[in-house]
Design a protein around this ligand. Structure first.
Ligand SMILES: [Zn+2]
Length: 110
């Protein structure tokens, strides 16, 4: 992650994304929860989406200001149904063809 350019999301922007895009709340409901007007919620959300889109399209890391966490691409863990072997595939490599341990083809994403 050290080589990536960082973009910043404020805690409010992160919260707006969480409420609207993860929980599917309306701007009205989101605004109420964050104690801002519907219009303000919409503005925060637009800004947040632009920052996230920039990060995804241009390969930047997202840093959340005021928080001690960063959003990183989650590792992809696969489990073999045959032997129970678990392993991690790096992002962007596609779905593995078979289990590295037993060559079984019944794989599930954890
Ligand atoms: Zn296996």
């Amino acid at each position: 992650m050290l080589d990536l350019t960082e973009v910043s999301l404020t805690v409010d922007e992160r919260e707006a994304l969480r409420l609207a895009d993860l929980q599917g709340l309306s701007h009205e409901e989101g605004g109420e929860l964050m104690e801002v007007s519907r219009a303000t919620f919409g503005r925060i959300l637009r800004n947040a989406r632009r920052i996230v889109a920039d990060a995804i399209i241009n390969g930047k890391a997202i840093k959340v200001e005021g928080g001690n966490y960063e959003i990183v691409i989650r590792p992809r863990i696969f489990v073999c149904e045959n032997c129970g072997y678990e392993w991690e595939e790096p992002p962007g490599t596609g779905r593995p063809q078979c289990c590295p341990s037993c060559k079984g083809e019944e794989l599930t994403r954890k």
